[in-house]
Write a protein that binds this ligand. Structure first.
Ligand SMILES: Nc1nc2c(ncn2[C@@H]2O[C@H](COP(=O)(O)OP(=O)(O)O)[C@@H](O)[C@H]2O)c(=O)[nH]1
Ligand SMILES: [Mg+2]
Length: 228
């Protein structure tokens, strides 16, 4: 609350953040309407840097059989990820956020203007690698996917609960390295279930492709055109 007087208002910093999030929420609703009108299933993919977001999206682009995959990808700098994703067959638009540690709905809206959605049913948004900042920013997605790699440690869901609590799906990636890094699978599953009991969990390796099938199956059932 305001520390300067007894007006009962949130402090100026809190008020600005509140206004920013409110504006983002209304832009996210506009995105949601646009995505629905285009018949798209849209996922917002979040993780720390290096957990394997791009690797997972490359795999999905290669293995998805229901038309082309669109990707809007955010990074502070470089268009490396968009180039990787195009090489995997995705229609990828890169957003360079400069010093912004998350994507905002308005940025996604502008990138979406550039995307050819013809024949497309799946749009993936790769957020900026960060376990904190992106959590509060709705982008208009239908589903939120949080990625945790075995090399980060089992305790990350406990340390960054907000991200996992906001997720519909949690993917544990890099299972090919689990033994080498002494990953405690049952502890990790318990930690995820503890903070995010709502989340569906998939375990896979974006590198080897092991475990991709259940995720692809689930995704294809989330499409608007999919039989119910
Ligand atoms: N061994 C292994 N390496 C992976 C896997 N997924 C991603 N990587 C590697 O992890 C590093 C970071 O991956 P990247 O997709 O760029 O992560 P991002 O920053 O989350 O987009 C790269 O060297 C990838 O090749 C995996 O399943 N297994
Ligand atoms: Mg990436």
């Amino acid at each position: 609350m305001c520390s300067h007087c007894s007006c009962g208002q949130p402090s100026r910093t809190l008020q600005l953040r509140h206004n920013l999030l409110e504006r983002n929420d209304s832009n996210a609703e506009l995105n949601r309407e646009r995505f629905a009108a285009a018949g798209l299933l849209v996922l917002n993919v979040l993780s720390g840097p290096g957990a394997g977001k791009t690797a997972l999206l490359e795999r999905l682009a290669r293995q998805w059989i229901h038309g082309p995959v669109g990707v809007i990808v955010g990074d502070l700098a470089t268009d490396n990820d968009a180039r990787r994703l195009r090489a995997a067959g995705a229609r990828a638009i890169q957003i360079q956020t400069g010093d912004l540690c998350h994507l905002e709905a308005s940025l996604v809206n502008r990138a979406f203007d550039q995307l050819d959605t013809g024949g497309m049913e799946l749009l993936l948004i790769e957020n900026v690698g960060n376990l904190v900042c992106p959590t509060a920013f709705d982008l208009g997605e239908r589903q939120r996917l949080a990625l945790l790699s075995v090399t980060e440690g089992e305790d990350k869901p406990l340390k960054y609960p907000a991200l996992f609590q906001s997720a519909d799906v949690v993917v544990i990636n890099k299972v090919d390295l689990a033994e080498a890094v002494g990953f405690d699978r049952s502890q990790a599953l318990a930690n995820i279930a503890g903070v995010a009991p709502q989340a569906r969990i998939f375990e896979l390796s974006a590198r080897t492709g092991a475990g991709m099938e259940p995720l692809l199956h689930w995704l294809s059932h989330q499409r608007q055109g999919a039989p119910v």
